[in-house]
Design a protein around this ligand. Structure first.
Ligand SMILES: Cc1cc2nc3c(=O)[nH]c(=O)nc-3n(C[C@H](O)[C@H](O)[C@H](O)COP(=O)(O)OP(=O)(O)OC[C@H]3O[C@@H](n4cnc5c(N)ncnc54)[C@H](O)[C@@H]3O)c2cc1C
Length: 454
C-alpha cells in the first residue's frame, strides 16, 4: 500500500465544553438532551446537514414499531420525542403497532427545536476525524469541515456515531464481524401517487401479510405468538418481478421487505425492500458501491411495484433516503457484553441504566414484545475498555450479535443515549471519571429525568 507522511501542524480550538456528543441519531440527540438537562454545557456535532441520524438521513420512520398494548418501556425521551412530534409536525399511524411513524423530513425540524430548547450548542457539517488522548483519557476530538481542521476540547465525550468511530480512533477495543457476516445495507425510498384505496384492498384481501410470511428469503425464528399478527411485508411481487426480468440477473441484491405507513396524500413510506450484503460500512469504497447499487435497485423495485402491486400502477419515486442505511459495523468491547441470553431471559443488573422490551428483529429472529417482557442494560455496556471519560451509546454499545439486533432499535438507542448523557454530566459533578462514577448517582439522576431503569 502506498503511504504519504503528513506534516505535523498546529490546530485552532473551536470550542471547550463539558460534554461533547459526536453523532446526532436517536442516541446522540438523547445523549445531548440528557447531559444538558443535568446541567452540563453540551455540544452536539454532526457530519451531515441535519440532526436525526438514520431517521432523517436514511428515512426510517418506525420509531416504535414494536409497541403493543402490553409492551413495557423506559419512558424518558422516547414518548417525549413522540409527543413533541405530534404537537409540532403531526404523524401517521404506523401500521403494525400502537405507535406513530414520524415523518423523516419534519423530524429534521423537531430535532433542531429540541436542541435549541435544551440550550445545546449545535454544529452541523462537521466530521470527527481524530481524538486527543492523554494517559488513556480522552480530552477532545479533531474535526474536519469547510472551516478546515478544528479542535473541540471536552471533559467528557460520548460516541454516538453508530460505528464507534471515536472509540476506534481512541484505541478502545472493538469487534466487527467479517464483511460477509455483517447485516446488509439498504437504500430506503418512499413512493407517491399510489391509489391507496386499491392498495389497502389488496393488502387486506389478497396479500394478508403476517410475520410468518417473513420466512421466505430468511429463515426466521419467532416465539409463535407473532406468527399471525399483521405485518406490512411483501416478497412475492418482488420474486415474480425478478423472475420476469425486471431486475437484471447480474444484480446481486435481495428485493422484498416492508413498508411503514400509507398516507392520505397517496404516499407509501419507508419502503425497506433493497438488501445489499457483503458491504463494510466503514470502507469508503464499499459505501460508494452500495449507494450506486442501492439507488439502481430501488428503481427496479418501483418498477416491480408498478407492474405487480394493485394501487401502484401510476406510482412514482418520491425520494431516496439521502444516504445509504447501514445496520451494523463496530461494537465496542465494554466492561460487559450484553448477550442473547440476557435479552431473551429478562436479565436484571444492579447497574442497570436502561430497560428495553424483549424485541429482537434481525439475523434470523423476530420476537415482538406483546407480553410485557423486558430486559435491563448495565452501565458497563456503554463503558469502553482502556479509554476513560469516553462513553458509547446507540447501536455500537457492547453486546453479541443477537443482543445487537435488539438494542440497535431506535427507542433503545434513545435509552442508552439519554443514560450516557446523564452519566457524563453526573461524573463531572461528582469529580470522578466515567469509569469510577458511583452508578447509584447516575441511576438517581436517570430516575429524576423520568426514566424507568428496573
Ligand atoms: C434500513 C434501516 C431500517 C431500519 N429500520 C428501523 C425501524 O424501523 N425501527 C427502528 O427502531 N430501527 C430501525 N433501524 C435501526 C436504527 O435506525 C439504527 O440502529 C439507529 O438509528 C442507530 O442509532 P444511533 O444513534 O446509534 O446511530 P445513527 O442513527 O446511525 O446516527 C449516527 C449519527 O452520527 C453521525 N456520524 C457518524 N460518524 C460521524 C463522525 N465521524 N463525525 C460526525 N458525525 C458522525 C451520522 O451522520 C449520524 O447522524 C433501521 C436501520 C436501517 C439502516
Amino acid at each position: 500500500m502506498k503511504m504519504i507522511k503528513e506534516l505535523a501542524r498546529e490546530t485552532e480550538v473551536l470550542a471547550e465544553v463539558d460534554v461533547l456528543v459526536v453523532g446526532s441519531g436517536p442516541s446522540g440527540l438523547a445523549a445531548a438532551i440528557g447531559a444538558a438537562r443535568e446541567g452540563a454545557d453540551t455540544l452536539i456535532l454532526e457530519r451531515y446537514g441535519c440532526f436525526g441520524g438514520v431517521i432523517t438521513q436514511v428515512g426510517v420512520e418506525g420509531f416504535a414499531w414494536y409497541r403493543h398494548k402490553e409492551t413495557i418501556e423506559a419512558g424518558g425521551l422516547v414518548p417525549e420525542f413522540e409527543n413533541k412530534f405530534k404537537d409540532i409536525a403531526g404523524a401517521n399511524p404506523e401500521c403494525q403497532s400502537e405507535s406513530q411513524a414520524l415523518d423523516a423530513e419534519m423530524f429534521k425540524y423537531v430535532a433542531d427545536e429540541m436542541i435549541l430548547e435544551n440550550n445545546i450548542k449545535p454544529l452541523l457539517h462537521c466530521t470527527a476525524v481524530d481524538v486527543i488522548i492523554e494517559d488513556n483519557i480522552i480530552k477532545g476530538i479533531i474535526t474536519e469541515s469547510k472551516s478546515g481542521r478544528l479542535v473541540i476540547l471536552a471533559k467528557r465525550v460520548i460516541d454516538c456515531t453508530g460505528d464507534a468511530d471515536i472509540a476506534a480512533l481512541a484505541g478502545a477495543p472493538y469487534l466487527k464481524a467479517t464483511k460477509n457476516e455483517l447485516m446488509s445495507v439498504t437504500t430506503m425510498f418512499h413512493c407517491k401517487n399510489v391509489d391507496i384505496d386499491r392498495f389497502n384492498d389488496y393488502v387486506k384481501n389478497d396479500l394478508k401479510p403476517t410475520y410468518k410470511d417473513w420466512g421466505g428469503y430468511w429463515s426466521i425464528e419467532t416465539t409463535g405468538k407473532e406468527d399471525d399478527l399483521f405485518s406490512p411485508y411483501f416478497e412475492k411481487p418482488f420474486v415474480e418481478g425478478a423472475e420476469e426480468g425486471i431486475v437484471p440477473k447480474e444484480e446481486d441484491v435481495c428485493l422484498g421487505g416492508t413498508w411503514s405507513s400509507v398516507t392520505p396524500e397517496g404516499e407509501v413510506t419507508q419502503l425497506n425492500v433493497v438488501f445489499i450484503s457483503n458491504i463494510d460500512c466503514t470502507d469508503v469504497k464499499d459505501l460508494t458501491k452500495a449507494e450506486i447499487a442501492g439507488r439502481r435497485n430501488a428503481l427496479y423495485s418501483v418498477e416491480i411495484l408498478r407492474n405487480k402491486v394493485p394501487g401502484f400502477e401510476n406510482a412514482k419515486l418520491r425520494n431516496f433516503g439521502m444516504t445509504l442505511g447501514t445496520r451494523e459495523s463496530r461494537k465496542i468491547e465494554g466492561h460487559y457484553s450484553l448477550t442473547k441470553y440476557d435479552v431473551m431471559n429478562q436479565q436484571k443488573f444492579e447497574d442497570s441504566i436502561a430497560i428495553f422490551p424483549e424485541f429482537i428483529d434481525g439475523v434470523g429472529y423476530l420476537i415482538k414484545p406483546t407480553t410485557g417482557r423486558y430486559y435491563q442494560i448495565p452501565y458497563r455496556c456503554i463503558l469502553p475498555q482502556k479509554i476513560d471519560n469516553l462513553l458509547v451509546a446507540g447501536r455500537s454499545i457492547s453486546g453479541d450479535k443477537i443482543a445487537h439486533v435488539s438494542f440497535r432499535n431506535m427507542a433503545c438507542c434513545v435509552a442508552t443515549g439519554q443514560a450516557a448523557g446523564i452519566a457524563a454530566a453526573v461524573s463531572i459533578k461528582e469529580g470522578t471519571t466515567t469509569a469510577n462514577t458511583d452508578v447509584k448517582k447516575i441511576q438517581e439522576s436517570l430516575i429524576n429525568q423520568g426514566i424507568r431503569i428496573f
